[in-house]
Design a protein around this ligand. Structure first.
Ligand code: CO
Length: 213
């Protein structure tokens, strides 16, 4: 049997298990979604969103790309944020990076990576913003880990710059933006305790889009 066909066997087994624990599981799932969370993470195959969060299908709206980047001109990410905040009314938006992220590592290499260049530029910009702190870290692995964390924080800031997040927060008190890092070596999540309220105030001094329409 070709390896990929095993997936269909796995799927049948999973359906049986889910039905055994709740016979109406798929019926309820079919009725619609009402997730509390939007998760923006890395595409890395080792990072399994629902498993590391311990949640079931229907509980988290997910967007993944290389190195969990939130780019203002990426129609995909911006659509996900707008839809989930405006229509699904998610209460929490999470940016979750991970240590040993290949995308972040690639951005630290001095080389032309073709079509990846404009994407990784977002992470190089994070490095430039925090150059003094990062350059003061002599251990390369530690500097890399810190860039993973700073990248998460800067992507949280990019989320706060959007009109939809500013408006919904001012009107309803939600969503709250969080920055996390997942440690592949232990499986544990680390909360970077991103200071959402103060960052929002700071950001709105320049990027205030909370008015109009
Ligand atoms: Co990654």
């Amino acid at each position: 049997m070709p390896k990929y066909k095993q997936i269909f066997e796995n799927n049948k087994k999973w359906v049986e298990e889910m039905n055994a624990s709740d016979n109406d599981f798929f019926k309820k799932l079919n009725e619609g979604q009402d997730p509390d969370y939007l998760y923006i993470g890395c595409s890395d195959s080792r990072v399994s969103t629902e498993q590391l969060m311990g949640v079931k299908p229907g509980e988290v709206f997910v967007h993944r790309n290389i190195a969990n980047v939130v780019s203002n001109i990426d129609l995909n990410t911006m659509s996900v944020i707008n839809y989930s905040v405006k229509f699904l009314k998610v209460k929490h938006v999470i940016v979750c990076g991970h240590y040993n992220c290949g995308g972040v590592k690639a951005a630290m290499q001095p080389q032309d990576l073709g079509i990846l260049n404009p994407w990784l530029r977002n992470i190089r910009d994070v490095y430039r913003l925090h150059k003094a702190e990062l350059n003061s870290i002599t251990d390369e692995q530690e500097r890399y880990n810190r860039l993973v964390e700073l990248n998460v924080e800067e992507q949280c800031v990019n989320i706060i710059k959007t009109a939809v997040v500013q408006k919904h927060y001012l009107q309803t008190g939600y969503p709250i933006v969080h920055g996390w890092v997942w440690d592949i070596s232990t499986g544990l999540l680390k909360d970077l305790n991103f200071d959402f309220e103060n960052k929002l105030k700071e950001i709105r001094e320049v990027y205030d889009l909370g008015h109009g329409q």
